[in-house]
Each structure stands twice: as C-alpha cells, then as structure tokens.
Design a protein around this ligand. Structure first.
Ligand SMILES: [Zn+2]
Length: 134
C-alpha cells in the first residue's frame, strides 16, 4: 500500500498508517468527519474514503493510492484505519493528529445534537471475521 501510494504521489516523502478509533468508527457509521477548527481545515483539508478490502491486499493498495492521486493527504480505509501523507514526517504527523481530533469533535457534536440516535453499529465484513485471511 505504501509503495503504491508513493508511486501515485511523487511529492510525498512520508506516509503514516495508523488505526485511529474514532476516525474509523465515524466512517463505518457513514458519517463525514467535519473540519471544525482552523487547524483541522489547514492540516487535513480533504478526507478520502475507500471501501473495505482486507489489510495487506493488492486491492487495498490500489484504492488507497487512487484516493490520494488528486492531492488529498488523508484517506480512511473502511473498517481498518487510515493513511496520512506529508511532504515531511512532521507534516504527516500533524495531519494524523488533526484528523483524529476532527473525528473526536465530530463524534461529540453528533452526541450533543442527537445525530447518532437509532443507528446500528456497523461491524467488520463477516467474510473477514470468519476467515481472518487477506
Ligand atoms: Zn493497518
């Protein structure tokens, strides 16, 4: 996945892949992460999402790379995590921190406004749960 992303984005020198829980949860719920603060807007700017593909698969590598070819630096991988890109490792880290902070504020805002009432909790696709294979 990292190799495919570097090939898609020659301007990028750092990719951080991580599993931020609120970011993944909101994506699973179909909720768009809102960029509430100026830091969120400055560092994150746009968020791409991909459908579920097993971790380590070539399909996941392909959709993750395709999601950032337009200059997007934050891509959420359904039921898995995210990849955050930067010209430097420091910038990729700042983007990763701000992505999860934006998810936290979005989550709190949805709780405060009742935006999650009545929702079912989405789970990892059953084929992957049953086999655990990639
Ligand atoms: Zn992962």
């Amino acid at each position: 996945m990292h190799t495919a992303t570097y090939q898609a984005r020659p301007d990028v020198n750092a990719i951080i892949h991580l599993h931020p829980q609120l970011t993944v949860l909101l994506d699973a719920l179909g909720e768009r992460i809102r960029l509430v603060t100026t830091d969120h807007a400055f560092y994150v700017r746009r968020i791409a999402t991909t459908p579920f593909h097993p971790p380590g698969s070539s399909a996941l590598a392909a959709v993750a790379a395709a999601a950032v070819v337009d200059g997007t630096n934050c891509v959420i991988l359904a039921h898995h995590g995210c990849s955050v890109l930067g010209e430097t490792l420091e910038m990729a880290h700042r983007r990763a921190v701000n992505l999860e902070e934006a998810a936290l504020l979005t989550y709190r805002a949805l709780l405060l406004t009742g935006g999650l009432a009545g929702r079912e909790i989405p789970e990892c696709p059953t084929d992957f749960v049953d086999t655990g294979t990639v």
